[in-house]
Ligand binder design. Sequence first.
Ligand SMILES: [Zn+2]
Length: 64
Amino acid sequence: MYSRSRNENGSSNTRCLYCFLTVASDVETAIELDRIEARHICPEKALAQLLLRGHSFEIQVQTK
Ligand SMILES: [Zn+2]
């Protein structure tokens, strides 16, 4: 999930909503924004998924 904002000169910035890191700034096109966002490896998102997996594993253990 990303938050995009537009600069006065028409270029855009994009910020990751998981780690609040500005992934890119002064990007000219939406295609470029898509490309940069796809390339972002988010530490916060990875951690959240890891915790989620750990949680579902706990549930599996308890129901056995
Ligand atoms: Zn991120």
